[in-house]
Design a protein around this ligand. Structure first.
Ligand code: NAD
Length: 422
């Protein structure tokens, strides 16, 4: 049986997620039984995903789908393609989805999926075959009322179209609500592709606003230049912030007067990487985290702000675009140093909020305007921030603990009111 309270220093995302839950359980005063219920995924599926490569060779990948909690509604969560995906990472990401959906009051539980594959090493045809086979293998547990997928690291709108098509063909009719983050032509939503990043910027604006600071007064650095980081950098720039550094897996660039984002986007589009951009000085990811900026947005992978790096962070605000970028030890160090952390389960909730809008639109077969979507997204982000900030203030706890206690309490209440069957 896993120990829920005396975990060693977090070494992987699941340790971080469990340590965060333990902190919320302690604040809420819940007993061990409820703690164990909330710490344990309701359902997990491990599948083998064989792929016939373009040259005829057969390769085998592992795939996972974890439904951490489905008490408040169907599972909801992304699908990740990365060579580092394993079951514990997927469990952690599914748990964070549970709290996130509860914090922004979506009628969903938390889920996540992954395939241990590096998408950069495969052709589009191979990725399509892997996606369709993975979807077929997990078909029994997904569906618009069961578990709804969205893009994450290494997957995109095209991946979601393949999942939707495979599911639909097997059911004999088109079922757009089985995935979100789809292309517009097959029932995607306006604003979904940029929703996580817009939400990150709303979260940053709200946190800065609590200290009487505006986005147009600050400097910012963004780690990760994918779906979340690239648009977050652009929206921060549009809001008047001076974005002085960005990075991706290849390295980063720094320009004290602010980066020319349009030229940088063109460079990344042409070369596939941030490194090599001539409009700034090269820096590495460790240097980016330690820059003397006001606002740091980690929007890449887990665990980058940790016992080794947290002591060097100079930003006054860390707004987590990525899931789990700060380990428990990293979090403690940032707190000791008075750095405000807007936690992932609040800061990057914009993506699942507009995914929810996409699901609602697909279920109604009626699509909203971009204005309606942007306004409703902002309203939900600002409302969630206010409730989290109010709890943090009233209880003298961090924004992360406040967000967790709100999310965990809502899920626990759903368990309690539904009762235990049989
Ligand atoms: P993505 O695959 O589009 O981009 C990932 C980026 O991170 C790439 O630029 C990659 O080069 C960079 N990267 C990878 N490893 C790195 C490293 N070690 N150091 C620095 N950069 C590195 O993925 P994404 O969808 O933008 O997701 C990024 C993060 O945001 C993930 O934690 C994901 O779970 C989270 N997230 C995504 C969404 C969404 O809607 N896509 C929603 C909520 C949270």
């Amino acid at each position: 049986m896993t120990d829920l309270t005396d975990a060693p220093a977090p070494a992987n995302p699941l340790d971080t997620a469990k340590a965060q839950l333990a902190s919320a359980i302690e604040i809420l005063g819940y007993d061990d039984g409820l703690h164990r219920m909330l710490a344990t995924p309701r359902r997990e599926m491990n599948v083998a995903v064989p792929l016939r490569r373009d040259d005829g060779e057969i390769e085998l990948f592992m795939g996972y789908r974890v439904q951490h909690n489905i008490s408040r509604g169907p599972g909801k969560g992304g699908l990740r393609y990365s060579s580092s995906v394993d079951i514990d990472e997927v469990r952690a990401l599914a748990m964070w989805m549970t709290w996130k959906c509860a914090i922004v009051e979506l009628p969903y539980g938390g889920a996540k999926g992954g395939v241990t594959i590096d998408p950069r090493e495969h052709s589009m045809q191979e990725l399509e075959r892997v996606t369709r086979r993975y979807t077929s293998e997990i078909m029994p547990i997904i569906g618009p009322e069961r578990d709804i997928m969205a893009p994450d690291i290494g997957t995109d709108a095209q991946t979601m179209a393949w999942v939707m098509d495979t599911y639909s063909v097997n059911h004999g009719y088109t079922i757009p609500a089985v995935t979100t983050g789809k292309p517009l032509t097959v029932g995607g939503s306006l604003g979904r592709a940029t929703a996580t990043s817009r939400g990150v910027v709303h979260a940053a604006a709200a946190a800065l606003g609590d200290a009487g600071v505006q986005l147009n007064e600050v400097t910012a650095a963004v780690q990760g230049f994918g779906k979340v980081g690239s648009h977050a950098a652009q929206f921060l720039h549009d809001a008047g912030a001076r974005v002085v550094a960005v990075s991706d897996e290849s390295g980063g660039v720094y320009a004290a007067d602010g980066l020319g984002l349009a030229a940088l986007m063109r460079h990344v589009h042409q070369t596939g990487r941030v490194a090599g951009f001539e409009g700034g000085d090269p820096i590495d990811n460790t240097q980016l985290l330690a820059l003397d900026v006001d606002l740091l947005v980690p929007a890449a992978v887990e665990g980058v702000i940790n016992a080794e790096t947290a002591g060097n962070v100079k930003a006054r605000w860390v707004v987590e675009g990525a899931n789990g970028p700060t380990t428990e030890a990293g979090d403690r160090i940032l707190a000791e140093r008075g750095i405000v952390v807007v936690p992932d389960i609040l800061a990057n909730a914009g993506g699942v909020i507009v995914s929810y809008f996409e699901w609602v639109q697909a279920n109604q077969a009626y699509w909203w305007t971009e204005r309606e979507i942007e306004d409703r997204l902002e309203h939900r982000m600002v409302t969630a921030h206010r409730s989290v900030a109010a709890v943090a203030h009233a209880e003298s706890i961090s924004l992360r603990d406040a967000a967790l206690t709100i999310g965990v309490r809502r899920v626990a209440e759903a368990h309690q009111i539904r009762g235990l069957y049989p």
